[in-house]
Structure formats: structure tokens, C-alpha cells
Design a protein around this ligand. Structure first.
Ligand code: NAD
Length: 259
């Protein structure tokens, strides 16, 4: 039997990068999908890719801003209306924000990043946990980052928000283990997605970003970027019942960068 047969998986940031990769992986293994993103076009693209690998997959698309609590309540309600429950939640939407040293970072930019990356994750957990607690099971995976484990420089908002995701994950995992719910985080290093490409372009421009990328991965023990599908494999495991005793973990997927 497929790991996700009959299971409902809710994914935010599903219109691109890691969210899309996880959607494809769990769909291949039988999941029904509720896909959330700000970007409607990205969601449509993910849906059509899902339907190439899982012909009969049931897919709900919800356009929502995870930084808006009403939108979050709405995407959770719509998922439950459509599928009756939520078994797995990949709480993943995030932004990087502009790069700058702390004194020049700017409070507005700081708030913007924290609103999406930390508050958005908190709102998602708030409403999904109610559903999972009622049925006495569920798996949540929050997306932190290497920048949530150690400092990376020029990213005050990002690092603060991703460290916050680690704290939130561990805190809630302790509260909800007794209800059969696991809550973990992944901490990706540099995975080649549109977000990373955008950040390399901020530094190297359209012509120079690939060279900047090569220099960027040189200190990594694996000397390469991670692939979105590699995050798909790890996250699918953590969202599955096979990971039933993995709780409060922050799992790096970074080629060894954080050590
Ligand atoms: P991405 O930019 O390819 O995808 C992020 C998606 O989130 C986009 O589709 C975007 O539209 C959506 N999104 C952004 N803000 C939103 C909001 N307010 N409401 C709803 N949707 C919103 O980036 P990615 O690389 O796939 O990143 C996914 C997550 O992984 C993020 O939380 C990011 O911080 C984290 N991460 C990525 C890397 C990496 O190297 N790619 C490393 C560490 C952590």
C-alpha cells in the first residue's frame, strides 16, 4: 500500500520550489492535496505537474496569504470542507527578504519577513492543530533553514524568523505529542529553487549569478546545491506514519553545511 493512500496533505508555498517538490512526492504516493500559495499561476503549474505523475490525484487549490490570519483560517476550512480532514501539513511558505546588515535592514522589511515566515507558520499550526487534535493524529513539518540553526549574515529578518520556527516547532511538539501528533522542522541549506536563483541574481546579476552560485557551494562538503526532490523525499517521510516516533526534531538537509 502507498504511504499516503487515503491521506490528505496540506502544503503552503505549493506554487514553487520545495512546496511543489513535496506535493509531487506525496501525490506519487497516493495523497489528496490541498495546495496553498499567494501565486495563483504557480499553483496551476503545480497542479498540472502533479497530474502528470499522479493521473487521478484529487487537488484543491487555495490562493491565500499565509501572513493573513483570516486567509489561513479559510485555507484550513476549505481543506476540511473538501476532504474531511488533514493528515499531513507542510507549513512551508516563506520569503527571503532583502539582504542587508542589521543596522540598515529596516524595521519594515524585518516585519514583512517575520510576518510571512514566522507568524504565517504560527497561524497555520493554530488552525491545523485543532483539526488534528480532534482526530488524535497528524504530522506537521515546518520549514526552517540553516539560517534557523546558525547565523548567515545580512539576513536579520530571515534568520530571526527561521530561528523562531525552530522554537515554535519544539514548543508545540512537546504539547501535542500526547495527542498522537508529531511536529518537526526541516532546515534546508542551499536548494536550487526560484528563491535561491533570485538571491544569487541579487548578487551576481543575470550574467554572473551562475558563477556566484559555484563559489557559494564551494565550502559545502558536497560542493553542490541540493535538489528540490531531495527535500521531497525527506519531508514525505516526516509527513508519513513511518516517522511516527520522530517528534520535535529539526532535520538539516544541507549537504553537511551546518556542521
Ligand atoms: P520559492 O520562492 O521557490 O517558493 C516559495 C513559495 O511561497 C512561492 O510559491 C511563493 O509564492 C509562496 N509564498 C511566499 N509568500 C507567501 C505568502 N505570504 N503566502 C502564501 N504563499 C507565499 O522558495 P523555496 O526555496 O521553495 O522556499 C520554500 C521554503 O523553504 C521557504 O520557507 C524558504 O525560506 C525555505 N528554505 C529554502 C531554502 C532554499 O535553499 N531553497 C533553504 C532554506 C529554507
Amino acid at each position: 500500500m502507498e504511504r499516503f493512500e487515503g491521506k490528505v496533505v496540506l502544503i503552503t508555498g505549493a506554487g514553487s520550489g520545495l512546496g511543489r517538490a513535496v506535493a509531487l512526492q506525496v501525490a506519487k504516493e497516493g495523497a489528496k492535496l490541498s495546495l496553498v500559495d499567494l501565486n495563483e499561476k504557480g499553483l496551476e503549474e503545480t497542479k498540472s505537474e502533479v497530474q502528470k505523475v499522479a493521473l487521478n490525484a484529487e487537488v484543491l487549490l487555495v490562493t491565500a496569504n499565509v501572513a493573513n490570519e483570516d486567509d489561513v483560517r479559510n485555507y484550513v476550512d476549505k481543506t476540511v470542507e473538501a476532504f474531511g480532514t488533514i493528515d499531513g501539513f507542510f507549513n512551508n511558505a516563506g520569503i527571503e527578504g532583502k539582504q542587508n546588515v542589521t543596522e540598515d535592514f529596516g524595521s519594515e522589511e524585518f516585519r514583512k519577513v517575520v510576518d510571512v515566515n514566522l507568524n504565517g507558520v504560527f497561524y497555520g499550526m493554530t488552525y491545523v492543530l485543532k483539526v488534528m487534535k480532534e482526530k488524535g493524529s497528524g504530522h506537521i513539518v515546518n520549514t526552517s533553514s540553516v539560517g534557523g540553526i546558525r547565523g548567515v549574515g545580512n539576513q536579520s529578518g530571515y534568520a530571526a524568523s527561521k530561528h523562531g520556527v525552530v522554537g515554535l516547532t519544539r514548543n508545540s511538539a512537546i504539547e501535542y505529542g500526547q495527542f498522537g501528533i508529531t511536529i518537526n522542522a526541516i532546515a534546508p541549506g542551499a536548494i536550487m529553487t526560484p528563491m535561491v536563483e533570485g538571491s544569487l541574481k541579487q548578487i551576481g546579476g543575470e550574467d554572473g549569478w551562475e558563477e556566484v552560485g559555484k563559489a557559494f557551494v564551494e565550502p559545502n562538503p558536497m560542493k553542490r546545491f541540493g535538489k528540490p526532490e531531495e527535500v521531497g523525499y525527506l519531508t514525505a517521510f516526516l509527513l508519513s506514519d513511518q516517522a511516527g516516533f520522530v517528534n520535535a526534531a529539526v532535520v538539516p538537509i544541507d549537504g553537511g553545511q551546518s556542521y
